[in-house]
Structure formats: structure tokens, C-alpha cells
Unconditional design. Sequence first.
Lengths: 460, 1019
Amino acid sequence: MDIGRRAFLSRTAAAGFGFTALQSLLRAGTSGVVSPLHFAPKAKRVIFLYQAGGPSHLETFDHKPKLREMHSKAMPESFTKGQQIAQLQGKPLICFGPQFGFKRFGRNEAEVCELFPHIGGIMDKVTVVKSMWTEQINHDTAHAIMNAGNILPGRPSMGSWVTYGLGAESSNLPGFVVLMSSGRGGQMQPIAARQWSAGFLPGKFQGVKLNSNGDPVLYIKNPKGVTTEAQKKTIDTVNALNQTQYEHLRDPEIQTRIAQYELAFAMQASVPDLVDMSKEPQSALDAYGAVPGDGSFASNCLLARRLAERGVRFIQLYHRDWDHHAGIPQNMPLKAEEVDRPTAALINDLEQRGMLDDTLVIWGGEFGRTPMSQGGNGRDHHIKGFSFLLAGGGVKRGLVYGATDELGYAAVENPVSVHDFHATMLHLLGIDHLRFTRKFQGLDARLTNVSGEVVKGLLA
Amino acid sequence: MHRLALATLVSSLSCFAAVSFNRDIKPIMADTCFRCHGPDRSSRMANLRLDLREEATKPNRRGAIPIVPGDPDKSLIIQRIFADKPGLLMPPVSAHKTLSAEQKQKIRQWIAEGANYEGHWAYQRVAEPEVPKVAGARTPIDAFVRSTLAAKGLTASPEADARTLLRRVYLDLTGLAPTPEDVDAFLKDRNYEKVVDRLLASDRYAERQAVPWLDAVRYADTCGFHSDNAFPAWPYRDYVLKSIKANKPFDQFTREQLAGDLLPNATDETRVASAFNRMARTSAEGGLQPAEYLAKYGADRVRTVAGIWMGATLGCAECHDHKFDPLLQKDFYAMKAFFADVKETGLVPDQGPQAWGEQLALPSPAQKARWDKLVAEIAAAEAALAEKRKSVSASDWEKSLRAAVKDWVVQVPVAVASKNGAVLKAYSTEPVLSVYETGGSVVSDTKPGNGLIVAEGPNPDNETYTVTLKPGAGTWHSLGFEVTSDDRLPGVRLARGSDRLVVTEIEVAVNGQKVAPAAARSSIPYWDQGLTPWNVIDGKPGTGWGVATYRTQRANFLAIDFAKPLVTATGTQVVVTIRHDSRYRRAVTGRFRLALAPTPNAQPASERSGLMTIPALPAKIEGTTVLDMTHPELAPLALRLSRLESERANLRAQIPHVVTTVAAAEPMVTRVLGRGNFMDESGEIVDPAVPEFLGKIPLPAGQKRATRLDLANWLVSRDNPLTARVFVNRVWRQFFGNGLTRTLEDFGSQGELPTHPELLDWLAADFMKDWDMKRLVRQIVLSDVYKQSSVATPEMMEKDPDNRLLARQSRHRVESEAVRDVVLQVSGLLAANKFGGPSVKPYQPEGYLAALNFPKRDYSESHGEDLYRRGVYTFWQRTFLHPEMTAFDGPSREECTLNRSTSNTPIQSLVLLNDPTFVEAARVFGERLAAAGGDIGKRIDAAFARAVARPATAKEKELLTGLYQSELARFRKSPSDAKALLSVGEAPHAVVAKDAADVAATVSVARAVLNLHEVITRN
């Protein structure tokens, strides 16, 4: 029995499984609960470059010349009537044209905002989805639906689901890792730990946040005055003592505890190496635009590649400050500068290492922004249409999928809901979202809640 | 796979020949049939319901009868579930559900036996079953459990050994371990009942027993959505503690929380209890749609009440009728309507005078008397001022004031110094970068400093700045202190840390001679948390001026008027001392300027100025403040009023407040929301009502609408089939690791059938006689079933691996609070003598709250014994719960939690090994062991006695002695390591280390002992 399975066993035994059933499950030699996988997987892991705050689709991937024509004219009521509105409640709704030009890139001449030339340069390797939509118009709940498919607390996030379903490949790092960065030009919206919670799944599937300041993982450092050898000796002693108890009581939980101490020590040994970028060649740092230790999105992208190499299943990078209620013209260039180069570098790097084929890379936020102006130079939250970028892991390359209407308001061609997105992601990982459930409060709960369809048009 | 395990278990428990609908058939159907052939109209297929006999036995359109009682072969469902053709097979392939051969056979047998339906067990009135006669069974609980054991061919285990039993009952009842003295006393008199009664009466019992209730009601210290700011909730937690301590009957406990404000004899206590209705998460996010959030708050309450009292997953019916239980969508909204009178707004402000909506002040009698006196004095002072104002012409005065008053003169200091290590840098014309928020985005600019003083470098908890000015020859009337915000600063962006800025004193001196202050005024419009300007000149280090809530103002200006004008010559040095001695850590000014006023009556500047002068008067004078504060006839009255108001603000900050329920005269209209959509205003309007299938609340003549009090009374009526069953089952779980049904939160058809239904009913019926919570607990822990050994024999492992039949006790890790409490207690650090009080902040890693904003969050650890209080008092930050709590499965309390899980992860090991709280506990524990003297063997004995209530075995001693020796050698070689380990944490040393290496090596032993699985396990 490996360590991970023992942990699984201890938790699930308490959560309502038959012990013997579990033992047989473990004997079957699965690493995750979905075994065998429902389909042949295309992707083995996911890197989600989560642009928190809600990037404007109208200044990234969704070019709307008509909106430019309509600039400063009233937004036709036919678009907005009866729709949800956030901060523009009770305010006049005025069209706000795209603030930057667009250029054509790649074989299909896909349009990308001129602020993102590096991403433009990889258009032949990615798919742009221009027809995303969501249900929640405020950050907190929109994050919840994007991460867990449900706004109620206590539901597992997608990283937890995926790790629960597929298990972990790494024996000394968590299966689900969260990184966070912020930059300039925008309000830094809060993000709750709930967004990487395992919810009702066993606690070991919780996302572990890697910090760029202080301990990279909480409590990963030995206490003051305790050397690595002393820590090892202490853990060995604790384990030997626990072993004597086990021999007396035969309680499998004690064995799990012993294994967890071993794993904790292994983590203590491996995390410093993971975050130590000193062995990365200068060329790699330059390609990403990363400065070791700066905690930037660029550094996190490079770290994401290192995590992927080490077998981490689900890597989620939050990059914040996209909440541009004001100052689109000033702030978008700042954000673009932070994310354009590293995003492209990561995808190129994965490709060069032969990892892009089995790594699904996702770029996008919890919602988009209104075609209407807020305060003359900003955009409000917008849920009816926004853009995602997908790469690798069984996704078509060089495709533009779906479209919003002529003013960039609502997804009208091939709309993709958050649940559709989740279903598609699970599909690429070899999982049928309808069959991937766990009992919770009497229901067969699943990531896609009660809807969601695999978007076939995205599959390579 | 999971289901199979459950099904196997259920079938293994059903050893009777005849098929029972509830036990054998309903679980199968609930899982495989009811989704399409159950209560939910919208998903019903073929117009067929199998959950009602009447429906299932009538012919369909084609004349076929789904179930023909007594004749399986004629029954359509039998043909379909046994069908060979995939197209005919039920459940259909698309459902991904399959029936096992055994399950199919069961259904067949059930139809053959007459297809007898039974009402769902949990919805039947609780009868009081007769206690079976079982030889040797001492209590009814033992009789019920043993009668089932006998039927399964198992026998009960012997009583656990005395030490194990004592540690078990201590951990279960108090969440703490027995001390060696407790163990000795018990070994001597073996009076278990006496121990139980003593523990039940203790404060420690209430602190332990409150935890599951606080999980259920989702008690926390922060609002939960978005910025997740702190709201006044802890007096409600204390209400729960005190009620449990006083053993308040559960029916009264229920009424007070749901409707404490509506009780005919409502008191402050019951109004505090009604804060229960205010524990839902709330949001203050700009741009939220109020109707959407009001819908969320209401739904949260329905889920919570249904979970706690009814074991019903009513939340499932928010968008549609329940798939498995007879709960209609309408029932969900009718339950929500009970709470439609709770006065609230969709956006619940988290700052300012309207913050958190309805609150209740809880002054002590002395505070109340002082408050009333102040209120009267303030009213009188206001009236006097208003009266005087009538005789004064504001416009004339403004003209003469503008002619006389000169602007503030910014001072570039000649010297700056700090007491505790902060590095102060004063800027004259050199450029300084400033980052600030304006109009919703953050900008930066670089401008000449012009007297700006910036603190950098070391960031001590308390700090005093000394700034020397050389203003040149002149006469000065006031000192100006401008605190400038910078977005790189945490919290309110004015201080270097913590969650607030607090300047406790400002003193001005010339030649060592203090310049007496006369008044202090500030530009901050309201004085939250009692941070008034007068506090900086009151000579008391405990009070201060500052900012506790983030606002976007870039400058906050404080003016201190001198009693007599300060006259300076060319070279005179003026020394300004700025003290930050509050209990908040690092609430220390980050950036500031000083200015002097050359004429009387300069006002606290409300706008920021980068110039060498700051305007003494606003460009446009609005309101009466400037007039009041400057006019010679008004100023004395205005200053008196300001002083009184300052006193009132200080007093208010000392008086505990709590959110409370206030009933609106007109309840909000409650509509059924189509698919839960808050924008749909077409749904039927519903009145408060309990789920239809459970009956109706009878209303007295003249009362039109059922209230929360009616709901509470219905929940705790003797005829309610759910409340008592649901509650006693949860209590049972605390003492055995599992409920009698493990689905604590779901007593519906998807829930697990109880393993001992008669016992559950007997306990429920007995509980309802007096709703006495302590009596319920007492009779459980006094039973032999409870006292059994937890050691499993091979036979038990074979026959009942999960211990559902209770031939032995169970064994489990203690909960997150107890992990902390036990370790602190064993070390001697636990502050266990206080009961209740404001929430406290133990050590927490720096930067843990970095993902929060509005305001940016830092963390101000508590001081002294507040660092070592029990986990139940830990500040509960919903979006970022303390990492120790999270690691050991403490729930975020964002949602009603009835069933904490128990994981075992490497993160837990990291906490126990490296979290400063645990390392400090080991340090103090080791120091105490060393202080007690004796060789290492003796110390190990003492450590085991304290930590696990038993002596160490020879093998254990050998292992720990080995660790001691190697650590001793290491510390001898490296004294700095010993010193470092012995410096962890703020607790004073328990011993003056003569031989630091010996003490440190003992600490290493203590640390190993505290990491034992046994320490955090209840056996």
C-alpha cells in the first residue's frame, strides 16, 4: 500500500465507506478513484493560468469593430434588457469601444489585441474560445462557480476533483498546487482559500498554496535550532514510537500517521529544490521574463513548468488585478506586459520539452467585462460573454471557437458554459463528468453540478 | 463502488427472511429509481412514481401495471429490471446505475410478499420502544446494543483499562487530557461517575461541547464573502457556551436562537441568542445585486435550519422539487418565508456607522450608567452650542477668520530617531515614490518629499519616534501631524502592519520642557473603535488616535492645539515624540509629516498637500465644525462637546456589541423563484410554512402569519419526528465516532438507515421528556458500551470492521481545537481559567492573509495568555481559517457543517512538527521537565504521564533516550542551536537554563512526545 492510498483509506473509512471494500479497491492498484479511466486520456495534467478579476475580452481576444463605431453612443436596450448588471446598476449604459488595436496572427489570421504580441505569436498552438459565459456576476461567487461548478461552500474545487479522480504522480509533492501573483494596474480583489478547497472530498486533495514570501509551504521549514539531521532523527524516533503502538493496537490509522510523517519529511526535502531557480539557465529566465524570488506571474509560470515536470497533477496560478472598473487605457498595457511573454514562454517551453501534448494549459478569468463604459474609461463585470485560451492536452491547435454578438455582449455562436468547460477538461483527462461523482448530502455530486456537455468542437 | 460497499453492509445487517421496504427496498430504489420515478415532477419519466404505492400499482397508459402486489411476473418493473435487451433494461444504461442480482431478487421477493410500503422511518412519530431484556445489560443503551450484538454472534468488549477510560472521557467531555493528578485520584477511588459529574459541570465541558454546535450554526468572526471583514459575533459564541454550561434545555435553546427577539419575555440574553439568524455569510462587495444576495442569505438560513433540526437536505429544493424526498420547491421558499422578517439589506456594509446592520450593545451596569450620563451630557452640550450659534453670524466670522488665519508650515526635521529599531528617513526636496488608490485603480507617482518622514527596516510591535524640528523664529499655536497612506502598506495603508493605526501619545517639548496641549482635533469624520484625537494628549498609553477601517483618504490629519503659544527663536529645537504603545502589533505610523500653525485656529487639513504649506482652512467651509471650533464664544462649548463625544466613543469601543435579529414590521415578500433565479419575479408568493408532508403549524385565531417562534415551537414539539432523532444521533457520534446513522445531515431516503433504530428512537423519546442535553450525554458516557475497550479482536475485524455494531469502542483523532488544546495543556501553556470573551489570535504565518483585500490584511497576534487560549476562542476567519484548524479538518463555517471529517495528512505532520505554537509548547514542556530535575528516564516518565496518562515502556524510554543523547551531543557542539530552539515563542522560560544543551535536548524529547499519534488520539 503506498502512502497516498493509506491516507485515502483513513479518511474515507470515516466518510462512509466499507473498510473491506476499500481494501479491495486499493488492491486493484488504482492511483485515483477513476480506474480505469473512462476514456483514453489526452491530458495528464492541467495548468490553469487564472486571470483573476475578470480580464476584458474586448481588449484581449474578442475584436469588435462595431463597438468602436458605436463608441459613446447608448448601448441598444435590446442587448441589456432584463440582464444582470453589477456596478452599472441604475447608470446610463454607454458603448465603450475597444481601447487598443488588434492584429492578425498565425495561419488562421486570428485577431489578438496588439498588447499581446507574444501570445499572438503562438496562435497556431492554441485555441481561443470567444463564447464563454457564466452565471455569477460578483468576484467571490464567480470564482466559486469557475472553480467548483457551484456557489455553495463545501464543494470541491476542480483541482481537488482532478487529483481525487486521477491520483498524484508525485510522491513528495501535493497533487494540487496553487500559486498567486499580483502586479500593477487594477484592484486586487480578494480570493478565498475556499477556491482551492477539497470541500467534501478527503482533505489530502486540498490545494496546497506555494508562497513566494516566507515559507514556500506553510510550516515547511524546521524550527529554529533544528537541523535537517535533527529533524530526521526526531521523525524517525516519533515513527518508531508510533510503530510500537501499532504493534500493540494494530490500528491502521497509526500506520497512516507514520507514512504521513515520512511524506512530510520528503516534502521538506523536495520543496526547497522545487523553488530554487538558481539552476535554471539565464535563457529560460529571460524567455519567461522571470527574476528568481520576485513572486511575479512570470516566475510562477516557470515554477508551474517545474511543478509539471515533477508530476504535480493540477497547477493553478492566480494572477490578480484584472478588475478594471477604471483606467482600461492605462492599466491594460501593464497587465499585458506582465502576462503576455510568460504565457507564451510557458506554452513554448512545454512544447519544446514534449510536454504540451499531455498538459492542458488554460488561460482566463472568472468573467469578462462590459462593452459599456464605467466612469468613462473602465468596464464593469460581465457574464454573458468572455474569452478563454486553451492549449495542449488534446485541444485543437490554431482554432478560434465560438463568437459573441457584434458588440461583444453575449456569446451567440457555440456558447460554452462553465460546466461545459469543466466537462471538456475532464474529458481530456479521460473522465466522463457524468460518471465522476461522489455522494454528498444524498446526491451524486459532480463538478459539473447538473449540466455541462463536452465541447466536441474543441477536441483535436 | 462506494454504493456497493454500502449496499453490502446494509444487506449484511438484514438477516431476517422477510423483506422490509424501509430496510431493503427503499435504499435501492432511492439510489436507482427515484431520480426519474420519484417526487420531483420536473424530472419524472413515463409519468411513473415508484415512491408511492398508490401510484406504482395503477395501470399506465398502455394498461401495464408497474407493480402488481403479490405477482412479480405480472409487474412491469420486474420485466424491466430483469430485461435482457439494453433498450428495455431499467435503470437505463445512460443512468450509470446497475442493480446487482441480489438487489433484483430482493425487489422481486418484496413484490411477491405483497409490495408493502412503509412510511419513511424518520418521518414516523417517535415512539418509545420497549427496552429489551438482556442479561447483564446495566443500562437501556447497553440492552439495545447487546441485543443486536447477540443476534450477530458478537459479544461486548470488557471495560477499557482505567487510564484509557479516564483519558477517553476527559477528551470526549472536555477536549482536554487528564493531568497525572487526575489519573492518580481516579486510580485510587475508581469513582467514574464522580469524574463524569465533575467534568459535566465544568467550564471545560461547555468549551468542548460548543464546538459542534458552532460548526452547525456556522459561527465565525468574519462575514465570509469577498473582503471577509470581522463582524461583532463573539457574544453569541459566549451565549452558546453559557447555555451549555447552564444546561439550558434544548427546546428553550432552540426557541431563543431562532426567535429570541420574539419571545414574550425577551431579554438581552435571548436577543444575543437571536444572532443565530445573523450568522449567514454576508457581502459588502461593491456592485452586488441586492436581490441576489438577499436570496442567498435566505437560502443559507433554510439549509442551516433544515440541516440542524430536521436532518433534511432542503437546499436541494431551491431550484426544483427534491429528487428523493417529499420536499417540494414550494416548501423551500415557505421555510425561507419564516425569516422574511429579519431586518437586513442585500449589501451588508462592513464599515462606517451602518456596519453590520442591527446590533445589540451589551454594557456592564457600570458602563450603562456612564453611557446614560454621557448621552445626557452630550445632549445638553449640543443644545447649549446650538443656542449659542444663533447669536453668531457664520459668514462674518468666516471673513474675519480668513483674514487672520495663516496656513500650516510644513517642517523638514533636522533629526529623526526611533526607540525600537525602525529606520526613519526624512525627505526634503529629494523625490519619494508614493503608491495610492484613486478612482478604483492604483497609481504611483514620484515627487519631492517636502518633509515626509518614512519608516523602513525593522518593524517592531511597538515603536516611538522622536522628531527634532528647527522651525526658526516664530510663534506657534498648533502642531499638525499628517499621516499619509501608501498602498504598499498593509491593512489601512497608514500603519506598518497590523490591522490598524494607533498613535497612543504625541508630546511636544522645548529644552526638555513639555509644551502643554489644550485640545486635539482630527480630519477623520468619525471615530471608529474609540480612536479619538483626544486620546493622544490624555497621557494614557492604553488609548490612542488612529484608523481601524480602510478608507481611500490619502491623508489623515491630527491637530494638537497648544495651551499657550509656543515661541521659538532662530535656533530653538522643538522635539516631537510620537508613541505607539497599543496592544495592536505594528500599528505604527508608516509615513507622516509635521507642520506648525503660525496663527490660532488652523484646521486639521482634509486634503493632502505636497507643498511646504498646508491650507489652514478648507476652500469651502461647509457645516458648522469650523465655526464651532474657532469662534471665541463657541469654541469652549464645542471643545467640551468634542471631549464628551470622545469619551462616548471610547466607551462604545469598550462595550461588547453583537449582531442581532430585529423583526421588520413588514416582512419581505417571499416568492418561489423559478429555478432559484432571483430575477424571476413571476413566482407564487408563499407564507411561512413547514414542509407540507410534515403537517401544518396551527395558528391561533387572529394570527395571519406563522413566525420564527412558531417554527421553533413546531421543531421542538413532542410530535416532531425529526428534531430529537437528528440531535441525539449527532451527540452519539461524538462519543462513538459514528452516528447510529452515519448521514448526520440526511435523514431522508438517501440517508443511511440507522444501525440501531430502536435505540435511536428510545434515546430521542427519552430526550424529549425534558430536552436535557447533559442528561443525554451523561447516560451515554455511563453506559458499558461507552466504557468498552477499543481494541478490536480478529473476529470483530472480520465480522464488523467498521464497528457499526459496537462490540467495542471506536478510536479516533481529536478535533482541530483539541489538537491545539491538548498540546498546550500538556506543556502547561494553556490559559484555561478564563471562560468566554473576545476571540483571540494565536501565532499565524506571516503573509497567510495576503490574498485578502479591502483592506489588505495583516495579522496582529494576541498578547500574553490570549496566545494560549483554547481553540474555541480562536478568531475564525472564514475565507482563511487558521492553518492549524484547516489542517485538522476544522470547517470554514461558511456553511452549516454537521459532520466534520477526520483526515490524516502530511500537512498535519508539518503543523505538529514545525508550527511555532507546537514548537513553543514543546519548548516550555521540555523546560518544565528539565526544571523538575532527575535524569532523562525520569523526565520521560513525567512526559508520558502528562501527555498520554500512562508510564513509558522500556522500549519507548530507550528510543527517547537515544534521541536525547544525540540531541545533547548536537547542542553541546552547537550552543547557538540550543539557544535558538530555547528562544521559540513569547512565553517566558520555565527554567533558567544552567545547562542549555541539556534543557534543549529535553525540549527535543518533549517535541517528539507531543508528536505521538497517541497524544491526539482518543482511544
